[in-house]
Design a protein around this ligand. Structure first.
Ligand code: WQD
Length: 341
């Protein structure tokens, strides 16, 4: 089976590519390398012994994408990761986000229709739920007005995908709503590669732990949560990658119950920022330096997933504990800075 992985040198894309190759899928990765490095292919090869085929392409360029599909006519499915995902940047530059995240999807769907590629697994996000009134959130929890242009591109993309699938007889799709992926492959050959100052919590924690950052800033401790810091549902990126393989098999084996399906992917547990710091301290033996500052604009207070549908329909649930996931993040940071740790 030949699978196109867009954004396959990115954080979640590379970990999913490792799981796909390990399960015998024949991959081709497209990435424009705007937010990842070509050396990630070395990591995938080091883990699996196979170097996936790679084409540097910008999905926003319709013609080169069409040429790609002309040359690769036997694609059985697409896993679409390629998108910008920095919430803060999307607020500063919304047009960049709407253009990139939506034009790339539209070009890809046009190619699917033209070349009759039957299946897509789409990378969506829990950001579509906003500040949920009821927790845990299920796939039927209301999608609320997005807190950022990034979150809005995911909401619009899901609507486009659903309407496209409904307009086609032989094309089916699944949107996977990720909660907060963390950690790295246990081999430390691949992991998260934030460019510049990390936006996300865990890379900021590990960079502080290794000495690249002086201090972690906790964005607010006046939330209505047990310890006042914001709560999220963190899951190991390898567990998340495995959910993509399970979803792909569901589509390829035509086990999906509707042409368009949605699944929440999380651990199913709410964890606060302070609890994340305690997890880091346990796995590293260090005492992280942090201070509390004002809330970050656009942050929600708390969210975690009801993942029972993914367990029931995909036969999937997370395998790694929070500490196990955090340890892989720390091991990866030490590997990245092996002369400094
Ligand atoms: C987690 C918590 C922060 C950094 C992310 C992505 C978003 C989407 C979902 C893909 C929050 C706090 C963080 C720091 C802190 N991913 N924090 N100090 O905001 O839940 O969203 O995952 O679709 O694209 O942005 O994750 O890791 O940024 O923050 O206190 O230096 O950690 O306030 O409560 P978030 P995050």
């Amino acid at each position: 089976m030949k699978v196109l992985v867009t954004g396959g040198t990115g954080y979640i894309g590379s970990h999913t590519s490792v799981e796909l190759v390990s399960q015998g899928f024949d991959l081709v990765i497209i990435d424009n390398l705007s937010n990842s490095k070509i050396e990630v292919l070395d990591g995938i090869e080091a883990i699996t012994g196979i170097r996936p085929k790679f084409e540097k392409l910008d999905l926003c360029q319709a013609e080169p994408l069409d040429d790609f599909f002309k040359k690769n006519s036997n694609i059985d499915a697409i896993i679409h990761f390629a998108a910008y995902k920095a919430v803060g940047e999307s607020v500063e530059n919304p047009i960049k986000y709407y253009h990139n995240n939506l034009v790339s999807l539209l070009n890809l769907l046009e190619a699917m229709r033209k070349y009759q590629v039957p299946f897509m697994v789409f990378s969506s996000s829990c950001t579509v739920y906003g500040e949920a009134r009821e927790l845990p959130v299920t796939e039927n929890s209301p999608v609320q007005p997005a807190e950022s242009p990034y979150g809005n591109t995911k909401q619009i993309a899901e609507e486009i995908l659903q309407e496209f699938v409904n307009s086609q007889d032989k094309i089916h799709a699944v949107a996977l709503r990720y909660f907060n992926p963390i950690g790295a492959h246990p081999s430390s050959h691949i992991g998260e590669l934030p460019i510049g100052e990390p936006e996300n919590l865990v890379p900021y924690i590990t960079q502080t732990g290794i000495g690249l950052r002086d201090q972690l800033k906790i964005f607010g401790n006046d939330y209505e949560t047990p310890d006042g810091t914001a709560v999220r549902d963190y899951l190991h990126v390898v567990d998340l990658a495995k959910a993509h393989v399970a979803t792909l098999k569901r589509l390829l084996n035509q086990q999906n119950k509707k042409p368009y399906e949605v699944f929440n992917l999380g651990m199913g547990k709410g964890v606060s920022v302070l609890e994340m710091i305690q997890s880091f301290n346990r796995v590293s033996g260090k005492t992280l330096n942090y201070k509390v500052v004002d809330r970050r604009h656009g942050d929600i207070e708390k969210i975690w997933a009801d993942t029972s549908l993914a367990t029931k329909e995909l036969g999937w649930k997370t395998e790694s504990s929070l500490d196990e996931a955090m340890k892989t993040a720390w091991d990866w940071e030490k590997q990245l800075n092996k002369n400094q740790s």
